[in-house]
Design a binder for this molecule. Structure first.
Ligand SMILES: Nc1nc2c(ncn2[C@@H]2O[C@H](COP(=O)(O)OP(=O)(O)OP(=O)(O)O)[C@@H](O)[C@H]2O)c(=O)[nH]1
Ligand SMILES: [Mg+2]
Length: 383
């Protein structure tokens, strides 16, 4: 008996076990309603107060889980405006409901119309406006506030998104190059929720990298966990593909796919999910080069990687993409070898800096054209 009590006491001391910890939440549905407008006072021409509104504000360090826990019954109602009275001709406005959400949340209505994209700190979106107070225009009767159901959809904001099949070594790399401490294990689907790590450079520049759960064939059609998490790479500036040089086999029931086929399969998955993702700059990492036999495979693979389009015939038809990805860089690495990983770090930065420069030049040109148009053809030439 004493042993049992001791065991129970012990088990409450430590940190909660992984499966008891609250899981990652990246969507939330809420019903929101603006406050009712207060009534006016016809005798004195008094105007009722406007109802309060419900609005979202993006804040750092907030999670959707926290918001879900703080909202009772998933309903948020702002208070109504006060009626106009003899002592207060203009009724007081209702109190607004301010809800803090994580940065990167998009707010949609029931028809999937985007109401607001809260992608920077303090960005605000009014989800339900308050009703107008009673006045001459509405017979002194206050109007009800907006009422709707909104869907909050969190899309992580990171500079780089790690994409690959399970077990490729994505988390091993993230752990080696950033401050993140992801779980690493020799079985597929070790990572079950997205995680962001920050790479710090000696000049204090920081780059954020998102590690996503491994994709599987059919992820675009919601097989595995892929579809749920693919949305998180929509906002990244660079896609970092990672493949195992020895290929990947999900289970005994699934065929073994070699490294080249896996690259096409990842390409296909992204294409089927959203072809515009392929327009993003991409870098390919071929991992586990430290293992025996890897160098031989690499010698045969390298020429194919430089001509991915002409090698398409080698790929099974069902995995063949229509638009082949063009990789900015292809690096053979070993995520376990810190020397090689340092190279990934510097190459990532170089690629991102080059992209930022290109954008800067493109933006400058766009601005110049716009200015020239405003000044007119006869105005001074803007250079
Ligand atoms: N030999 C060798 N093993 C590696 C290397 N990188 C990763 N591994 C091993 O590969 C296994 C999978 O690594 P993870 O980092 O968990 O792979 P992952 O891509 O994050 O997998 P999921 O989270 O399931 O998608 C682990 O046993 C790692 O130790 C490498 O460069 N060389
Ligand atoms: Mg992982």
């Amino acid at each position: 008996m004493v042993q049992i009590f001791k065991f129970l006491l012990k088990s409450t001391k430590g940190p909660p076990r992984a499966h008891f910890r609250p899981s990652f939440l990246d969507t939330l549905r809420l019903t929101v309603r603006g406050g009712h407008g207060g009534n006016g006072l016809p005798k004195y021409g008094g105007v009722g107060g406007q109802g309060g509104c419900v609005y979202f504000v993006a804040k750092e360090g907030v999670t959707l889980r926290k918001l879900a826990q703080s909202v009772k019954d998933k309903r948020v109602v702002a208070s109504g405006g006060e009626d106009s009275s003899k002592v207060c001709i203009f009724g007081r406005r209702g109190v607004d409901q301010r809800l803090e959400v994580p940065i990167g949340v998009q707010v949609y209505d029931e028809q999937h119309k985007l109401l607001g994209d809260l992608n920077e700190p303090d960005a605000t979106c009014i989800a339900a406006g308050g009703g107008v107070g009673g006045c001459v225009g509405n017979n002194f009767i206050g109007r009800p506030g907006d009422s709707r159901t909104v869907n909050l959809d969190l899309k992580l904001i990171a500079d780089v998104g790690l994409v690959g099949f399970p077990n490729a070594g994505k988390s091993t790399l993230l752990k080696a190059i950033s401050n993140a401490k992801p779980k690493i294990a020799a079985y597929p689907f070790t990572t079950i929720r997205p995680q962001i790590g920050t790479i710090e450079y000696s000049d204090l520049r920081c780059i954020s990298v998102a590690d996503l759960p491994g994709l599987i064939e059919g992820a675009h059609a919601n097989f595995g966990m892929g579809h749920k998490f693919l949305k998180h790479i929509e906002r990244t500036r660079l896609l970092l593909f990672m493949v195992d040089i020895f290929g990947f086999q999900l289970s005994q029931q699934h065929p073994h796919r070699d490294c080249l086929t896996n690259i096409y399969a990842l390409n296909k998955e992204l294409e089927l999910y959203d072809a515009s993702l392929l327009e993003k700059p991409c870098v390919l990492l071929v991992n586990k080069m430290d293992q025996e036999g890897a160098q031989d495979i690499w010698t045969n693979l390298k020429p194919c990687l430089n001509h991915l389009e002409s090698q398409l015939a080698q790929c099974p038809e069902e995995l063949r993409p229509t638009q082949v990805i063009k990789f900015e860089r292809i690096l053979p690495i070993s995520a376990k070898n810190l020397g090689r990983v340092a190279k990934v770090k510097s190459q990532l930065r170089e690629t991102l800096d080059k992209l930022a420069e290109q954008h800067f030049v493109a933006d400058g040109e766009h601005l110049r054209e716009e200015l020239q148009q405003r000044v007119g053809v006869r105005g001074p030439k803007i250079t």
